[in-house]
Ligand binder design. Sequence first.
Ligand code: NDP
Ligand code: 2IT
Length: 445
Amino acid sequence: MSQYLDSVMEKVVARNAGEKEFHQAVKEVLESIEPVLEKHPEFIREKIVDRLVEPERQIMFRVPWVDDQGEVQVNRGFRVQFNSAIGPYKGGIRLHPSVYLGIIKFLGFEQIFKNALTTTPIGGGKGGSDFDPKGKSNREVMAFCQSFMTELWRHIGPDTDVPAGDIGTGAREIGYMFGQYKRLSNTFTGVLTGKGLDWGGSLTRTEATGYGLVYYVTRMLQDANTDWNGKKVVISGSGNVAIYATQKAQSLGANVIALSDSNGYVVDESGIDLAAVRELKEVRRGRIREYCDSHPSAQYFEGCRNIWTVPCNIALPCATQNEINGDEAAILVKNGVKFVGEGANMPSTPEAIATFQESGVAFGPAKAANAGGVATSALEMSQNSMRLAWSFEEVDAKLHGIMNAIYDQCTQAAETYGKKGDLVAGANIAGFLKVARSMMAHGVV
Ligand code: NDP
Ligand code: 2IT
């Protein structure tokens, strides 16, 4: 990196001590944009990068609630409103015990560039809590969500900040949060996305991240003169993104052979029975090991990380950050992986990305490859503003068009800046340019 970017990075580490995921996300972007700054010294003069790495606003708050035993529980809530240069803050809410400020900031920072790539007018933000919805009753989840929203509602709004789902936040949680927002604000607006279809949600939003990922990887396959047909695919996770990536990949002829959760993974060489997984995960909220109870030919392995030892042509990490390290990437490469598409946010460590790229594996980075979810959230916002609802086919066609546009932006930006074929650099550069130009236009704010 240039001396200037090194100095920005040093400041980020010093001012945000201990937030290692945030440092990792910033470093990757700074490494990509060096050739952009060479062409645009005005971005350095106006301190665009120094401003970009500092969130516009960070909110942290107490979330007290009462559990089913009558005991008071206290969680910590977060909303980081990172950048509003191109639209209202937009990004999900993560509910997971591992959540702390560094996780929310890495996600919020990545969201800025991802949202810029979607071609829709949305800024970057992220929120969450260290609350764990797993094993809680519906009443406990409702109590938490109502308390969370009792503070958050004053900071958000349909033209200010529009949260959505992420790990641990699905339709149930969005429903409880929306109900509390509506009650406190006395307004019925599109303040959240991922809403139920009866009360302002968009068709295809549930499927959008997984479908979008497959549309993006389809372009990577086409550039290598191949397609999904007959490919062996390993997908980590078994939540929202993993399930709909599986569905779309299977519909295109792929053989998805493995899925996981945080306890372990299943391998079903005859092809994952997705209806069974959906019943298990979406209806019963069970564990992936239970898949083998009804599918005796499948095998369960305890511990989720070894899923990357399963030989495959295409790997789609769809669980969480840093779930593939350099050694695991090397095993995937040795076993013949040729395409990696990131459904999760930052699932590959920098060492893993380097291993893939140096081995000639086509690598689709999260910011671009998983942007279909937030892009469809933006389509939900449009429908809410118009008081209209589009059909599944209409939204799916728009999503498909957006994923194609994202892919084109990535390849073109990479080529323009001398990094042909490097989709990581392409995504970071294309996203950065749109935000940087907008920040320049707005003056020092
Ligand atoms: P879900 O909560 O629906 O599913 C998450 C899945 O990942 C579960 O199978 C979960 O297992 C597993 N998982 C979560 N944390 C860990 C962990 N620390 N170690 C191992 N496995 C873990 O979330 P989503 O499917 O919505 O999100 C998955 C990823 O995709 C996240 O990185 C998210 O940020 C990203 N993403 C989501 C979008 C969306 O629209 N939902 C959009 C773009 C990106 P378990 O049940 O055992 O916890
Ligand atoms: O990481 C992501 O892009 C999401 N969790 C979706 C955010 C959204 O606002 O739909």
